[in-house]
Design a protein around this ligand. Structure first.
Ligand code: AMP
Ligand code: MG
Length: 323
């Protein structure tokens, strides 16, 4: 049973327990999870029924809390002062000590952060005292919800609660701005117009528009487009055996014997646990494999039910030839 809440403190208590709570914002309703908790983040993808992992926006009660997790430069600080709380998301480098689970950022070295402008949600974020990761609170492929009733229509029974904050005022998503390079790049137009951003930090670049053929090619060449994590060591999929000079990304109670290094995504064979441990596992095997002089990473197959399809999608991207 999904509960309808009006008390931000109750919503915060559920989030701290690892439960999923949809929350209002000035843009659309978000599907919130404790961003420090990998299992809670995995549950977001499960509830949405998403066939792939994409990086989620992390929501904070104030700029200083956000800038404890990511590195803010002068541009980020000026934009935060001008537009937060508000519909502007900043993509910034993770700090080495960043506590946000890697799955929330889809394994990337960058993280999208924002402070939403909604009094109930700001109270919830203060009480939760941790970042809350949240994509829009709809099933995959459906439109973004702008009321608690919309959220329930799609997700009732799949999440613990909805914090009811009335109808969303803006109704379009936040503007997403990439500040990880020397030039700011507008990744998604949204609630804060590009001209308003340019009035604060000067010219903002637009991403290259790819033709359909280029877009298809880029899917096979992670790194050409920004948002795919891939290890430095080559990755081999659907391994039925493993060599001593390979690291093994295992799944289930019977990891293949003989690997030079081992990370088991889920000894119990639980795909949600595997999703929560996927990016941490790839990073650990990549570092450990290079330290030991191994030649690559072999991945055992993961069943395609539940989050298994999203895991397979990410592994396929990470294994694709580098462009
Ligand atoms: P939504 O899931 O609708 O809230 O959308 C989140 C948006 O932020 C998507 O367009 C993501 O691609 C983008 N985003 C989130 N994190 C990152 C990141 N680390 N780098 C680039 N884009 C990001
Ligand atoms: Mg969405």
């Amino acid at each position: 049973m999904t509960r309808l809440l009006t008390d931000p403190a109750e919503a915060a208590a559920l989030l701290r327990e690892g439960a999923l709570v949809a929350f209002p914002s000035e843009t659309v309703y978000g599907l919130g999870a404790d961003a420090w908790n990998g299992r809670a983040v995995a549950a977001v993808f499960e509830a949405k029924g998403r066939p792939h992992f994409n990086p989620l926006i992390c929501h904070f009660a104030e700029a200083e809390a956000a800038f404890a997790e990511v590195v803010a430069d002068d541009r980020a600080r000026a934009l935060a002062a001008a537009f937060w709380p508000g519909p502007l998301t900043l993509v910034l480098p993770r700090r080495p000590a960043c506590r946000v689970d890697l799955l929330a950022g889809a394994g990337l070295d960058t993280l999208a952060v924002r402070v939403p402008a909604h009094p109930a949600t700001l109270a919830m974020l203060r009480a939760a005292a941790r970042p809350i990761a949240g994509p829009s609170a709809n099933r995959s492929g459906q439109v973004s919800p702008t009321s608690a009733a919309h959220v329930l229509a799609g997700l009732s029974g799949r999440i613990a609660a909805v914090l009811d904050g009335g109808d969303c005022a803006v109704g379009v998503e936040s503007t997403v701005l990439d500040l990880t390079g020397p030039g700011a790049v507008l990744l998604r137009p949204g609630g804060v117009p590009a001209a308003a951003i340019e009035a604060v930090i000067g010219r903002v670049g637009r991403p290259l528009r790819l033709s359909a053929a280029e877009a298809t090619r880029s899917l096979r060449s992670p790194g050409m487009l920004l948002s795919h994590y891939a290890p430095a060591l080559p990755l081999r999929l659907d391994a039925a055996a493993v060599a001593a000079e390979e690291a093994l990304l295992a799944f289930g109670p019977h990891p293949l014997p003989g690997a030079g290094a081992l990370w088991n995504l889920s000894p119990g064979g639980d795909v949600a646990e595997a999703a929560a441990r996927l990016f941490a596992g790839l990073r650990w095997l990549d570092a450990e494999g290079q330290r030991l002089g191994l030649k690559g990473i072999a991945a055992m197959p993961v069943p395609l039910d539940g989050l298994g399809e999203a895991i397979a999608d990410r592994l396929a991207r990470a294994a694709a030839p580098r462009g």
